[in-house]
Design a protein around this ligand. Sequence first.
Ligand SMILES: NC(=O)C1=CN([C@@H]2O[C@H](COP(=O)(O)OP(=O)(O)OC[C@H]3O[C@@H](n4cnc5c(N)ncnc54)[C@H](OP(=O)(O)O)[C@@H]3O)[C@@H](O)[C@H]2O)C=CC1
Ligand SMILES: CC[C@](O)(C(C)=O)C(=O)O
Ligand SMILES: [Mg+2]
Ligand SMILES: [Mg+2]
Length: 344
Amino acid sequence: MAKMYYNQDINEGLLQGKTIAVIGYGSQGHAHAQNLKESGHNVVVGVRPGKSFDQAKEDGLDVKTVAEAAEQADIIMILLPDERQKKVYDEEIQPALKAGKSLVFAHGFNVHFGQIKPPADVDVFLVAPKGPGHLVRRTYEAGAGVPALFAVFQDVSGQAKDVALAYAKGIGAARAGVLETSFKEETETDLFGEQAVLCGGLTSLVKAGFETLVEAGYQPELAYFETMHELKLIVDLMYEGGMSGMRYSISDTAEWGDYVSGPRVVDADTKARMKDILTEIQEGKFAEGWIAENENNRPDYNAYKESEAKHQIEVVGEKLRAMMPFVNEGKKTKQEEVVGSATN
Ligand SMILES: NC(=O)C1=CN([C@@H]2O[C@H](COP(=O)(O)OP(=O)(O)OC[C@H]3O[C@@H](n4cnc5c(N)ncnc54)[C@H](OP(=O)(O)O)[C@@H]3O)[C@@H](O)[C@H]2O)C=CC1
Ligand SMILES: CC[C@](O)(C(C)=O)C(=O)O
Ligand SMILES: [Mg+2]
Ligand SMILES: [Mg+2]
């Protein structure tokens, strides 16, 4: 089994006396900043004036401009959207990167694909939570955590690995487990996971199931409950007990259907297309396309976003969720609403 690091294996004291700049106060930013602060560390948030700047102040954090926060900090964690990191790094962070500082990421995209080229005299590492930022915060508050990966790209101090682990512990990740990787492995697997399984694969599966039922004449509300709402309940069981744990709770009829019909939906052709997607990620084609899309002001991204928001499953779902206020319990803190709407 791979070496896993847990709280007891990590010396969080390495962060004592250091200032950590959390650059960006979105999904990951608000979680890292608040978790690190509550873990007893000295945090400054660096963000442009606006919604998340105001929110971070309201949350009681020390908030500065990006340049000021980077200047003041020993450890600079960049939690801006990947596509905006290069510009902000070039203009506001790089000038503050004095020898001996640490430059940190939660995803290796910009370093791995050569957008950001850090100077040779700083430590460079990543600490990448394997979960959405709002859950990094929520699980921390509940005394639990989201697992994370760490990777060292450059170790000038000789302490980069230990500081990365201390950071991971500070955000609560070592309660769940921290695993060492490389920038290449983190970047490629994270992109693959979100495209083929967690986000792209899943939303396409759910929409196809919903559309199949509705096109066959079944009620859209029923189709929503069947293919979207219940998904969380099923996934919760997989989170707790793996596929066997989930199959323990479902009927034998459902389990038999799982075995005989599942592989007809996701078959060898699907896997071959997953391999194509992975190859495009590995060859840098996905990154090139995403960078170009941003340089052109996101015409396709905006079109997809608009059309997806109008999909019948979203329209029906919004109405049904409004009748189930409990589904948002634990989520709708004011902070999360503001930060959630500020992202993307
Ligand atoms: N989302 C997630 O859960 C995960 C993300 N990651 C990685 O973490 C990093 C951050 O992602 P994520 O949290 O989704 O990012 P978000 O999109 O949530 O970040 C938005 C934040 O960045 C700020 N921001 C945007 N542009 C600028 C700018 N030009 N100057 C200053 N601040 C700016 C926003 O401020 P404003 O309010 O002013 O717009 C806001 O505070 C990425 O590398 C991502 O890949 C890794 C694991 C999971
Ligand atoms: C699954 C999407 C993710 O990789 C994440 C929350 O881990 C992201 O980039 O947001
Ligand atoms: Mg991820
Ligand atoms: Mg990702």
